[in-house]
Design a protein around this ligand. Structure first.
Ligand code: DX5
Ligand code: ZN
Length: 224
């Protein structure tokens, strides 16, 4: 049986205007989480930002900071990101040889632990830690850049993870990241996701308020 949870929206700060970080955070104060994309130029081709920007966001906002670490050997920095203000830390299964240990470390830091994987990684890779995590993030683009197109095969992957979580009675969040738009948001939720990350769909056009509203309108009635 599918566990139905209220849908959360998590705008990605990667697409915001960093000269106005405080205002951009205020513009999403009615969202549920702020999604914070950390990229190291190794695990992904792009470099974004690190602890100082997270710490600044933390000072400017009370939103839940959902930190997505696209970095090699994230164990090296978990404590720093926890201290900088993360509420949840999500690690890529491909980025560490010891995913189980990384998940335990996040929990020992008192933060919610998430695991994620690239579109080309078999889902089986996350199965051994499924019962240990508070969140599973299904990447629906190859991580590294905002504004990419949603990979359609992701819907089937979301359905499978939803089934696995339900089978073990897990209450973990199921998050989806990459190419989420008002056009596909509903099908993503219907496949079983309950947290939607959106960067360009929120910040990319006429302001975050309007972007959030379009997503909410598209979801009205979904997941109920
Ligand atoms: C991709 C990042 C995403 C990205 C989403 O590497 O993890 O969070 O910012 O951006 P959109 O919604 O524009 O695909
Ligand atoms: Zn992300």
């Amino acid at each position: 049986m599918t566990t139905v949870k209220p849908v959360k929206l998590a705008p990605s700060l990667l697409s915001c205007d960093f000269t106005r970080l405080g205002e951009e955070l205020r513009a999403i104060s009615t969202a549920d989480w702020a999604h914070v994309d950390v990229m190291d130029g190794q695990f992904v081709p792009n470099i974004s930002f690190g602890m100082p920007i997270l710490a600044a966001a933390r000072r400017a906002s009370e939103l839940y900071m959902d930190v997505h670490l696209m970095i090699e050997q994230p164990e090296r920095y978990l404590k720093d990101f926890a201290q900088a203000g993360a509420d949840g830390l999500t690690v890529q299964v491909e980025s560490t040889r010891h995913i189980h240990r990384a998940v335990q470390q996040i929990k020992e830091l008192g933060k919610r632990a998430g695991v994620t994987l690239n579109p080309g990684t078999p889902l089986e890779a996350i199965r051994p830690v499924l019962a240990d995590v508070d969140l599973v993030l299904v990447m629906s683009v190859n991580p590294g850049f905002g504004g990419q197109k949603f990979i359609p095969g992701s819907l089937e992957r979301i359905r499978t993870v939803r089934r696995w979580l339900d089978e073990i009675g897990s209450g973990a969040d199921l998050e989806v990241d990459g190419g989420v738009t008002p056009e596909n948001a509903r099908s993503v939720v219907e496949a079983g996701a309950n947290v939607l990350v959106a960067g360009s769909a929120v910040y990319g056009q006429d302001g975050a308020g309007a972007g959030l509203k379009r997503l909410r309108d598209a979801l009205a009635g979904a997941g109920e």
